[in-house]
Write a protein that binds this ligand. Structure first.
Ligand SMILES: [Zn+2]
Ligand SMILES: [Zn+2]
Length: 254
């Protein structure tokens, strides 16, 4: 089982999870041409995808999903709420599969557990993936951490955790006040410290990979996110990976 990333941040998100011959794309905030280019970096073509999962309707996650799914001729898995919002925007996928929180489902060699997160979208979900032996937990776009999120993410072998911003940087930034309030709010985004606190609670002995995700270009820096997560684990800073907006993240074997 392995995972990689095509790009992470407010300009576009997409993650890849593979087990055996099963390849799943999570989110597609890139247009078809850009997605092609980024898939090729990880050695894949659009036709290799078996399914696309969408976490929520925000354009940095969903903008390219329907188009890419048509090209890939694969289904798109999403919640009813996300589907309704994409439908209203005229970009609902043609072959939609509706998912519900805590209802596990299987795609090929992967079993997926969707779990709800507090975020200012209609029905946002994040996911834990397993091939039966290992577990990969993905978490972005959450305003705060719930007890349920801690339970679902505990003991994963690999984690990608949102480190959206450094609170002091965001507060000092030129962002308009309402936007700051949105990001800092209970339905906004996780900051480095909140993510580090979560990591400390959920890290198990088998943890092989930790990747910081969805970093703000203006209000964060890779070294700040790395330092926060490394402090939580007591590990070297460079053991923590960072999913980059432009270059994503190369495959990591779990
Ligand atoms: Zn986002
Ligand atoms: Zn979002």
């Amino acid at each position: 089982m392995r995972f990689g990333c095509l790009g992470s941040g407010s300009k576009g998100n997409a993650w890849l999870v593979q087990a055996g011959d099963t390849r799943i794309l999570v989110d597609c905030g890139f247009g078809p041409r850009e997605a092609d280019k980024r898939l090729a970096r990880l050695g894949l073509a659009v036709g290799d995808l078996d399914a696309i999962l969408i976490t929520h309707e925000h354009s940095d996650h969903a903008r390219g999903a329907a188009q890419l799914a048509s090209k890939a001729r694969c289904p798109v898995w999403l919640t009813h709420g996300t589907h309704a919002m994409l439908d209203a925007a005229g970009i609902a996928p043609l072959s939609a599969q509706i998912i519900a929180e805590q209802q596990k489902f299987a795609i090929g060699a992967l079993e997926i557990t969707p779990y709800p997160v507090p975020h200012d979208a209609r029905e946002p979900m994040q996911f834990v993936f397993t091939d039966g032996a290992r577990r990969f937990g993905l978490l972005t776009d959450a305003g705060h951490v719930t007890a349920h999120m801690e339970t679902v993410l505990s003991g994963c072998d690999a984690l990608a955790l949102e480190c959206n911003h450094d609170v002091a940087r965001l507060e000092a930034s030129s962002y308009p006040y309402p936007l700051k309030q949105r990001i800092l709010g209970r339905y906004g985004h996780l900051d480095n410290a909140a993510s580090a606190t979560l990591l400390q609670k959920i890290a198990g002995r088998g943890l092989k990979h930790v990747v910081a995700a969805h970093l703000s270009a203006e209000n964060n820096a890779p070294e700040l996110a790395r330092a926060a997560l490394a402090r939580a684990l007591g590990c070297a800073h460079d053991w923590i990976g960072v999913a980059d907006q432009e270059t994503g993240l190369d495959w990591r074997e779990i």
